[in-house]
Design a protein around this ligand. Structure first.
Ligand code: CA
Length: 242
């Protein structure tokens, strides 16, 4: 770790003790502070203490599975980034992991190098997300309001939406580049930030969700435009009141 910034603290939730010890040792060799717990209930208890910068979360765990741990934490408004570690690298499980509020997903077996790259990428993305920029913490467009800190959006029709971290990051990136086309590659680089990319369809689905939440007519979007074959463009003010 560089400079005077405190070492990031990582909670390692893994019931295979040899694997857990190996992960912790490697994290500490990289300058992180690692804490290991071996079951889901204990993990939730430690996450609630809000002492960690990142959680590595196994899925198959005694007492409480990883998805439930993550979902409960999110329901309690805890936004710590979560990287799922699991042998169940099926597409359906990936979706479950993301829907329960996870940020990323690493299938077992994985190399420790790959894990460390992911950890560094996630922490970097969070620093970008939380860092100062021109967009501020509150975004208003078309009668919608989104608070980037609480992940809560209030739509033009009064509905309240809890955004996932990925949704909030995509929205933040698009608003930072307001009026410009943001390529899919750039979305992948900033929001996912590593080389094992999700499919283009995954990003399209995120955009569709944003439209459903914040557009008056999601089939005729005024704010979230797809530029076919290139990427996406956000328009804050379409120039008229619909
Ligand atoms: Ca396990």
């Amino acid at each position: 770790m560089k400079g005077d910034a405190p070492a990031p603290r990582v909670l390692v939730v893994e019931d295979e003790s040899t694997l857990a010890a190996g992960i912790a040792e490697n994290l500490e060799a990289e300058g992180y502070v690692a804490e290991v717990v071996g079951d889901g209930a204990k993990a939730l208890e430690r996450i609630r203490a809000r002492e960690h910068d990142l959680v590595l979360l196994d899925v198959m765990l005694p007492r409480l599975d990883g998805y439930t741990v993550c979902r409960k934490a999110r329901e309690e408004g805890i936004g710590v980034p979560v990287l799922f570690l699991t042998a169940r690298a099926e597409e359906a499980d990936r979706i479950t992991g993301l829907e329960s509020g996870g940020d990323d997903y690493l299938g077992k077996p994985f190399s420790l190098r790959e894990l460390l790259l992911r950890v560094a990428a996630i922490l970097k993305r969070y620093r970008w997300y939380e860092g100062p920029d021109s967009t501020g913490t509150l975004l208003r467009f078309g009668g919608n309001e989104v608070d980037f800190r609480t992940y809560v959006g209030t739509a033009w029709d009064g509905r309240r939406h809890e955004l996932t971290h990925k949704e909030a990051m995509i929205l933040k990136l698009l608003t930072e580049c307001e009026g410009e086309v943001v390529s899919r590659e750039r979305v992948l680089d900033v929001v996912w930030g590593y080389e094992v990319y999700p499919s283009t369809r995954t990003i399209d689905n995120f955009i569709l969700r944003l439209r459903k939440r914040f557009e008056r007519d999601s089939d005729a979007p005024l704010h979230f435009h797809t530029v076919r074959g290139v990427g996406y463009r956000f328009t804050k003010d379409p120039g008229f009141t619909p």
